[in-house]
Design a binder for this molecule. Structure first.
Ligand code: BGC
Length: 765
């Protein structure tokens, strides 16, 4: 008996004992039965299909299970451990739509981009979108959805802002938490990403973000903290960049002390794809799984184990968490996925959700369109709507409804005179752009710039003015992973401005109106031209039903209720972060960054000198004029706020306000609760968002009392000297805002002093 106990796991298999099976035996037993080699294989993925980087003979397993998914875990058949599938996110599932020798298709729904979802200020709605996304993940056979992405919009030019939510951590965290709850209600996992400080694409795999402990805690980590505490995501994805000198995936302070010990995270941490440079350091930090997995990482871990710089116990901690993840996956439960998610139902979900996140920026009464039958459309993007950005956040959808299609679907007579020329123009410019790329560049990743616009000749334009009741001009922008946007992309091009001026002059001359639709993924300059057209609708990149959603707003089928989750500054350089952001480092659009840029400021090292003064916190502090403030958005109706009240019982702050629809059409209103702290020891922002809520659709004359709550501990600021969260005693003012610069009423409540120490200081180096 004694002898049998001493036999190794591998030997047990040889003598014919059935090895413990994951899902049947306890995790402890399965873990004990694993050989050291199996353990090391298990914590790294199976390599990326098509890349010669595999850690084992199973390279390409991704291909076999769900083609086009981003990664798979290492299977160990003898222990009943299947390979589970990890797939992107976040605007819908990203898998290959077509498979060789298979007549079926595997298209997924392209839902609105993250920024649009955040602009809904509607957590229930985001949860319902997450639920629909999760169903596609489940029914297409994936196990973990690599989403949501919630990095802070530190600067308008970050190329991946479209995937992210907001300049404010409460909006980012609440939106992500709702999304996670929705997706995971399908018994599949999520991976909240990119943890953390991944705020630029330029040199993203090498950039060292130098950030004060206070800014880390209050701005860049806060959204993740909220998401972890409010939605229990199955996994977290660490980011590519370094924080204060250490790769995030190799920072035990971040991955273990903050995430697990302080916030109570129980799930698994995986790297971003090929992130970091030392597999052993990642395991030691508690970064449980390395994706997609390389031979080098396998060797690094084995070498560290042999040298004794990494112990098997440390490895086991990660192995256990990998086992726990696989054990809860649909794959282990042998879920018989249908490959037939309800794409029709989800098309309705994306259409409805998109229209609630569109933001009406200007309206001199032209919207909703009345007595309009004939519509002239301009701007090449009108005929080729951008559903979302590029890179891993792209979704292989079956179609995208353009503005042209949307207007036609709603029964308008649309003047198509510009259509053929525009589509040809788009194709020509895209081809020229691709041809201009250096040979060594991966052209498939490039967000092809929007075309330089076509301006109708005076004769054609005159005919269009005569034949139509209104003009709609779409300006489009595309951006994506690997690239930051350029300062040129931030402003309207000369040709776009000329189109706007030419069309507006011609229509206004005969008292006809002009509407601008912005089909963009990030902030652009608006101050210099916003008074030219009669209305501006910020449609964002609204997913595959975009044109229908825009039309629902234009016609007034729904009143707009989206509000900005970020500030639109007057000038790019007004944002404090612009002083330390790689602006124009990629002007000549180049993959990741130009080689000659390495070593330059904000390429290798980015100092977040603005500290906590990101977004409205900065514009408020400086009392700067902005083009559109954080939280701003118009409606077709009006709302009145009354009966503000706030109570603090020491655990929870409870605020109430009554909102009445005082206009003539139905609508929803997003109410923002900001707090203004009493003078204390720390420098505090003028105000900070603490909670928000949206009314139901209120009929004209109808009222609703909204209740907004948050933990009293959230009144704290981070005191670096004490490495503790501190609530100052005193009277706090609570501001109920329609936007950050439109405070409708206030109330006060007192708080007592409180201090919560943290476990680590997250030192600057
Ligand atoms: C991205 C991640 C993505 C991963 C897998 C990386 O390049 O940064 O967001 O989930 O690839 O596709």
């Amino acid at each position: 008996m004694k002898k049998i106990i001493l036999l190794s796991a591998a030997a047990l298999a040889i003598v014919g004992c059935k090895a413990p099976q994951l899902g049947k035996a306890s995790i402890d037993k399965v873990l004990k039965a694993m050989t050291l080699e199996e353990k090391v294989h298990f914590v790294i993925g199976t390599g990326m299909a098509g890349m010669d980087d595999g850690a084992s003979a199973t390279v390409g397993a991704t291909q076999k299970i769900v083609p086009g998914a981003a990664g798979t875990t290492y299977p160990i058949e003898r222990l009943g451990i299947p390979s589970i599938v990890l797939a992107d996110g976040p605007a819908g599932l990203r898998i290959d739509p077509i498979r060789e020798g298979d007549a079926n298709t595997y298209y997924c729904t392209h839902f609105p981009i993250g920024t649009l979802l955040a602009s809904t200020w509607n957590q229930e709605l985001v949860e319902s979108v997450g639920k629909a996304m999760g169903e596609e993940v489940h029914e297409y056979g994936a196990d973990v959805y690599l989403a949501p992405a919630l990095n802070i919009h530190r600067n308008p030019l970050n190329g991946r802002n479209f995937e992210y939510y907001s300049e404010d951590p409460v909006v980012a965290g609440k939106t992500a938490a709702a999304y996670v709850r929705g997706v995971q209600s399908n018994d599949v996992g999520t991976s909240i990403k990119h943890f953390a400080y991944n705020n630029q694409e330029t040199n993203r795999t090498g950039n060292n973000a130098v950030i004060s402990p206070r800014a880390q805690r209050e701005i860049y980590l806060k959204g993740f903290e909220i998401t972890v505490k409010e939605s229990d995501p199955w996994t977290v994805m660490s980011s590519y960049n370094k924080i204060n000198g250490t790769y995030t995936s190799q920072s035990r302070d971040l991955i273990t002390t903050v995430l697990r010990d302080e916030w109570g995270f129980k799930g698994l941490v995986m790297t971003d794809w090929y992130g970091g440079d030392d597999g052993a350091a990642q395991i030691a930090a508690g970064n449980d799984m390395l994706q997609p997995g390389t031979q080098l990482q396998y060797d690094q871990i084995m070498a560290a184990l042999n040298a004794g710089t990494l112990t098997e116990e440390e490895l086991d901690v990660c192995v256990r968490r990998c086992l726990e993840l696989v054990a809860r996956s649909p794959k282990v439960k042998k879920y018989a996925y249908s490959n037939k998610p309800d794409l029709t139902a989800h098309a309705a979900v994306t259409r409805q959700s998109a229209l609630e996140g569109m933001v009406l920026l200007e309206n001199n009464g032209v919207l909703p369109l009345k007595d309009v039958k004939n519509v002239a459309v301009f701007g090449c993007t009108s005929f080729d709507f951008v559903a979302g950005g590029t890179g891993s956040g792209n979704v292989n959808r079956a179609y995208t409804v353009s503005l042209l299609d949307g207007l036609k679907n709603a029964g308008f007579n649309v003047d198509e005179s510009m259509k053929d020329a525009c589509l040809q123009h788009i194709a020509d410019e895209a081809a020229a752009f691709k041809a201009s790329l250096p040979d060594n560049q991966l052209s498939a990743f490039y967000p092809v710039p929007r075309p330089t616009e076509l301006i109708p000749n005076p004769k054609d334009l005159a005919a269009m003015v005569r034949a139509n009741d209104v003009a709609i001009i779409t300006f489009g922008r595309n951006s994506g992973e690997f690239f930051d946007r350029t300062s040129a992309d931030f402003v309207l091009s000369a040709q776009e401005r000329k189109l706007l001026d030419t069309v507006t002059r011609a229509f206004h001359a005969v008292r006809k109106k002009v509407v601008v639709v912005l089909n963009i993924g990030g902030v652009i300059e608006t101050a210099s031209w916003k008074s030219v057209p009669d209305a501006i609708l910020l449609a964002w990149q609204a997913g595959q039903e975009g044109g229908n959603s825009v039309t629902d707003i234009l016609t007034g089928a729904k009143s707009p209720s989206g509000k900005l989750p970020m500030t639109f500054p007057v000038n790019l350089m007004d944002a404090a972060s612009s002083a330390n952001f790689p602006i124009d480092a990629t002007d000549e659009v180049y993959f990741m960054n130009r080689r000659e840029d390495v070593g330059k400021k904000d390429v290798d090292v980015t100092k977040y000198e603005e500290g906590i003064y990101v977004g409205y916190r900065w514009f408020d502090k400086q009392n700067l004029k902005v083009s559109y403030p954080f939280g701003y958005g118009l409606s077709y109706t009006t709302f009145e706020y009354s009966a503000p009240a706030v109570a603090n019982d020491g655990k929870t702050v409870t605020a109430k306000v009554t909102v009445k629809n005082t206009g003539s059409v139905a609508g929803k209103e997003a109410v923002q609760l900001y707090v203004s702290a009493p003078a204390g020891t720390l420098d505090k922002p003028v105000k900070e968002l603490k909670a928000y809520a949206k009314t139901k659709e209120l009929a004209p004359g109808e009222s609703q009392e909204l209740t907004l709550t948050f933990p009293t501990s959230e009144l704290a600021s981070f005191d670096e000297a004490a490495s503790a969260w501190k609530v100052d005693a005193g009277t706090y003012t609570f501001l109920f805002g329609a936007s950050s610069r439109d405070i409708r009423c206030t109330a006060t409540a007192d708080a007592e002093a409180a201090e919560t120490p943290t476990h680590t200081v997250l030192l600057m180096q």
